[in-house]
Ligand binder design. Sequence first.
Ligand SMILES: NC(=O)c1ccc[n+]([C@@H]2O[C@H](COP(=O)([O-])OP(=O)(O)OC[C@H]3O[C@@H](n4cnc5c(N)ncnc54)[C@H](O)[C@@H]3O)[C@@H](O)[C@H]2O)c1
Length: 259
Amino acid sequence: MGRLQGLVVLVTGAASGIGRATAETLAREGAKVIATDLNQAGVQKVVETICANGFSARAMVQDVTSESVWQQILDDIRVREKHLHILVNNAGIAWAGSILDMSLADWRMQQAVNLEGVFLGIRTTIPLMRESGGGSIINISSVAGLQGSPTLAGYCATKGGVRLLTKGVALESAYSGWNIRVNSVHPGVIDTAIWQTVTPAAMRLEANAVDPHEIASRSTPGGKAGNAQDIANGVLFLASDESSYMNGSELVIDMGSSA
Ligand SMILES: NC(=O)c1ccc[n+]([C@@H]2O[C@H](COP(=O)([O-])OP(=O)(O)OC[C@H]3O[C@@H](n4cnc5c(N)ncnc54)[C@H](O)[C@@H]3O)[C@@H](O)[C@H]2O)c1
């Protein structure tokens, strides 16, 4: 019997990296996973793999910046699964470069995906989670939500926002008796496709240096980048009852890079 047997889970940004590993891991533990992403073919493939392994999932296309799409996703879950117990707000993007080169459009796009997307996810899902008897919300922040990074100032602002949004909602939930725990996860340098969107010039590094392993060799004790499964394991812990006394907490998974 899996640790999440019979629970319904929504994972955003599930076509790739941490979201993919999370969807696969939570499904292996017995959850029914609704995997969403902008990337329709990618998320469909993830779901096909999960189902081929005998577990339960379905895919939906979702842009987390759209308020109306969040509502449609929840309306659909209400009709089909009738319950929702766990939300993993994972979808995210990274814009790297000098603050002097960041256009207002770049700033807003990053805020819209990384911070507003999390806000919309929390606000839209809480009513159904309460009707389902409660649950767990896991917001993927970053070590960049705990400390600054010179070429990632806008990204840091979004991830710091996710950290305190998490704590504010966690307290409101606890005092309101919603029975919903809300925690953030802070990955260090993890080997995923997100690093392909960051150019060496933007990070003021020599060519080819924007490789997670290269970055980790400078920033992480031991010099090794993590993998998506390292983060999915932490998400599983926060999703399960094993973390039932954790609320408003920060789970840092970074091999000590922020220590
Ligand atoms: N990889 C790292 O080193 C690292 C470190 C700290 C935090 N994070 C965070 O982990 C999360 C997952 O990142 P990843 O490393 O797996 O990256 P990734 O690029 O492999 O995956 C991100 C996924 O989000 C999706 N996405 C992007 N914009 C979206 C939108 N508007 N709506 C819906 N889906 C959207 C992408 O299509 C992609 O499938 C992000 O929030 C990221 O900021 C990553």
